[in-house]
Design a binder for this molecule. Structure first.
Ligand code: TXA
Ligand code: MG
Length: 326
């Protein structure tokens, strides 16, 4: 099978119609979201969800995020406490995932939640939301990449990795945000950060008027089991907080700051020459992909500030540099 690729800006109606048809057949479809490309399937159809796990080679104890068209749709499947609802109203549609109690007999299949009594719910921006509204069922969608590899931020990334395993890839261009959604769980008065992502924890704190509790990072806890230590790994090995380039390395720097030995680097990328962390997040996976595509054996990465979206960037980089378990 070679995936058909439809450009959603040229053929939006065709894209919606074909994607809905494939989803109704129980096939996974690669779709653009504002964070990364997702491998979407009907969250109520066990055969369809099984195909997501098989296509990605993803462990089945790792639950999937269920994507909804809007808050009203999400309330059909999950129970909202007042604080979670406030966060949803402030940040949806957008890159925030809320872990919430699952409504019993709501239709989401246990394979999507890995049998948990909670569900990760997110309302994506743009085309993905339109597709869910059309399909009128939640879409389970992890990132559209082989498990453990870098998440795709373009249709080309998806096609290279999974093109021969999929029927359809929708091309929405370069993903805006570039890192996955922030995952939080409200527990009584507390808000726990299960995964830093495309919404800065500080922005959530401002709305919630309380501290968001970080966990030790990277935390290979079963509560966010997607976050196994080695994740987001490029083919190349990754060296963090580099202050000097070693022979044979590709350099990824930040903020236009010079790094000594840059002249011997096989290539130099800057995540954001102006030091903008949102721009850096949107470039991160694309630059890691590009370094891999050049056949770089080793990547040296300069230190990135740990505030705002820097928290998500550093989380992904720590995982990219972690010892490989596969
Ligand atoms: O930006 C994103 O969130 C992307 C795009 C495609 O929307 N999706 C994504 O989905 O990253 P996925 O399925 O790969 O993210 C799953 C993460 C895992 O870390 C998983 O453990 C956590 O969400 N998760 C899902 N359901 C959960 C639950 N009930 N309790 C705790 N963590 C959960
Ligand atoms: Mg992923």
């Amino acid at each position: 099978m070679t995936a058909r690729i439809i450009d959603i800006s040229w053929e939006p109606e065709q894209a919606l119609a074909e994607a809905s048809a494939r989803l109704a057949e129980g096939l996974p479809v690669a779709i653009p979201t504002e964070t990364v490309y997702g491998l979407a399937a009907d969250a109520t159809n066990p055969a369809a969800i099984t195909r997501i796990y098989e296509t990605k080679g993803r462990p089945r104890f790792n639950p999937l995020i269920c994507h909804m068209a809007d808050l009203a749709m999400a309330e059909r499947y999950a129970l909202f406490d007042p604080l979670s609802r406030r966060l949803a109203e402030s940040f949806w549609p957008g890159p925030l995932t809320l872990v919430l109690p699952l409504k019993t007999d709501c239709g989401i299949h246990a394979l999507a939640t890995a049998g948990l009594d909670s569900v990760g719910v997110r309302v994506p921006k743009g085309f993905a939301g339109d597709l869910i509204r059309r399909f009128d069922r939640p879409l389970a969608a992890p990132s559209a990449n082989t498990s453990g590899r870098i998440s795709p931020t373009s249709a080309e990334h998806v096609a290279e990795d999974l093109g021969d395993k999929l029927a359809l890839i929708l091309d929405g261009g370069q993903a805006d945000v570039g890192v996955e959604s922030t995952i939080v769980k409200v527990e009584g008065e507390r808000i726990r950060l299960l995964r830093p992502g495309g919404i800065a924890a500080e922005d959530i704190e401002r709305v919630a008027r309380r501290t968001v509790e970080r966990q030790a990072s990277p935390a290979p806890t079963i509560e966010a089991p997607g976050m196994l230590a080695s994740h987001y790994a490029p083919n190349a090995s990754v060296r963090l907080n580099a202050t000097a380039v070693r022979p044979g390395e590709v350099l990824i720097r930040f903020g236009g700051k010079p790094v000594s030995g840059a002249d011997i680097a096989s290539a130099v990328f800057d995540l954001s020459a102006s030091g903008d962390l949102a721009e850096a997040a949107s470039n991160l996976f694309d630059m890691l992909h590009a370094a891999d595509a050049m056949g770089a054996g080793r990547i040296a990465i300069a230190a990135i500030p740990d505030q705002g979206l820097g928290e998500a960037i550093n989380d992904r980089l720590i995982r990219a540099a972690a010892p490989r378990d596969h």
